[in-house]
Design a protein around this ligand. Structure first.
Ligand code: NAP
Length: 246
C-alpha cells in the first residue's frame, strides 16, 4: 500500500523540535523525520524517524527533500544555529518545499535583571571585569575565546565532557544540562561565588532558571544577543506550527 501520509522533516536539536515531532506522531497522519546534527552524545528521545549528521550543504538538503518527498520542512533549530537555518531556506527554495520556521522568542529583560547586552563572543569576553568568577553557560564550541582571560576563574557548564583538555588558566567543569529549578541554579551560583554569568539569549524555558536565579541574587549577566533578527513569518510556538501544518 502506498504511504499517503504527508511527510514532515523537522530540523531539530531543540526541545520545541522534539515536542513538535511527538505531537505530529500522535496525530498519526504524518510521516515525521527529525534531523539532528549529532553534536550531543545522548540526544533527547524523539518520536518518529531520526536521521543524524549534516546533509552536506543546502543543495544536498534540497536533494534529500526531493528524494524523501518531503511536503513540509520545519526549521526548529536553535536560534544561534545560523548556517543550518540559511541552508534550510535555500534548500526549500531550490526544491520548492514549503518551509515553516519555529523560533522561540528571545528573553526580554525584566525588572531586577542586570544585563550587559553584547553582540558577539569577543565582546562578551572583553566585558568581564578583571578577577571575576564567571559561570560560562555556552555550548562547548563557543568557549575558546574566553581562554584569553587568564585573570578570570571560569565555571564551565557543558552537556558532554570535552574531547580535549581545556586551555583555561583557572576553571572548573560542570558536566550536564542546566537545571530547570531556579533554586538549584541559585545554589550553584552561591556555592561557586559567581560574580557574573555569560550566556546567550536562547529564549525558551529550558535554560531560563539561571536567569531567574541571577535576578534573585542580583548577579550581572553578560548576555550575547541573537545573531539575526527573527525570520519573517516565523512561528513562536509549537501549537502555531501544528496549526500551519494542518
Ligand atoms: P550550525 O552552525 O547552524 O550548522 C552547522 C552545520 O551542522 C550545518 O551546516 C549542517 O551541516 C549541520 N547541522 C546543523 N543542524 C543540523 C540538523 N538539525 N540536522 C542536520 N544537520 C545539521 O549549527 P550549530 O550551531 O552547530 O548547531 C547544531 C545543532 O545543535 C542544531 O541542530 C541546533 O538546533 C542544535 N543546538 C544548537 C545550539 C547552539 O547554541 N548553536 C544550542 C542547542 C542546540 P551540513 O551543511 O553538512 O548539512
Amino acid at each position: 500500500m502506498p504511504d499517503i501520509r504527508k511527510s514532515v522533516l523537522i530540523l531539530g536539536g531543540t526541545g520545541e523540535a522534539s515536542e513538535l515531532a511527538e505531537r505530529l506522531e500522535n496525530l498519526a497522519r504524518y510521516r515525521v523525520i527529525t534531523s539532528l546534527a549529532g553534536r550531543t552524545l545522548d540526544p533527547r528521545r524523539t518520536s518518529g524517524e531520526i536521521r543524524i549528521g549534516g546533509f552536506g550543504g543546502a543543495e544536498s538538503l534540497a536533494t534529500f527533500l526531493r528524494e524523501e518527498a518531503i511536503d513540509v520542512l520545519v526549521d526548529a533549530t536553535h536560534p544561534f544555529a545560523e548556517t543550518i537555518s540559511a541552508n534550510a531556506a535555500r534548500a526549500a527554495e531550490i526544491s520548492g518545499t514549503r518551509l515553516l520556521v519555529l523560533q522561540r522568542p528571545a528573553w526580554p529583560q525584566e525588572p531586577g535583571d542586570r544585563w550587559i547586552v553584547v553582540k558577539a563572543l569577543q565582546q562578551a569576553c572583553q566585558a568581564i571585569p578583571p578577577s571575576s568568577r564567571v559561570l560560562l553557560a555556552l555550548g562547548r564550541q563557543y568557549i575558546a575565546a574566553f581562554t584569553a582571560r587568564p585573570d578570570v576563574h571560569f565555571i564551565i557548564r557543558m552537556v558532554d565532557r570535552p574531547d580535549e583538555p581545556l586551555a583555561f588558566t583557572s576553571f572548573e567543569l560542570i558536566i550536564g544540562k542546566p537545571s530547570a529549578d531556579p533554586a538549584a541554579e541559585e545554589r550553584l551560583l552561591r556555592d561557586g561565588k559567581v560574580s557574573h554569568i555569560v550566556c546567550r539569549n536562547s529564549g525558551g524555558d529550558g535554560a531560563y532558571a539561571k536567569i531567574l536565579a541571577a535576578r534573585r541574587l542580583s548577579i550581572p549577566i553578560i548576555m550575547i544577543d541573537r545573531p539575526t533578527a527573527e525570520a519573517e513569518g516565523a512561528f513562536n510556538t509549537v501549537e502555531s506550527v501544528l496549526t500551519a501544518i494542518a
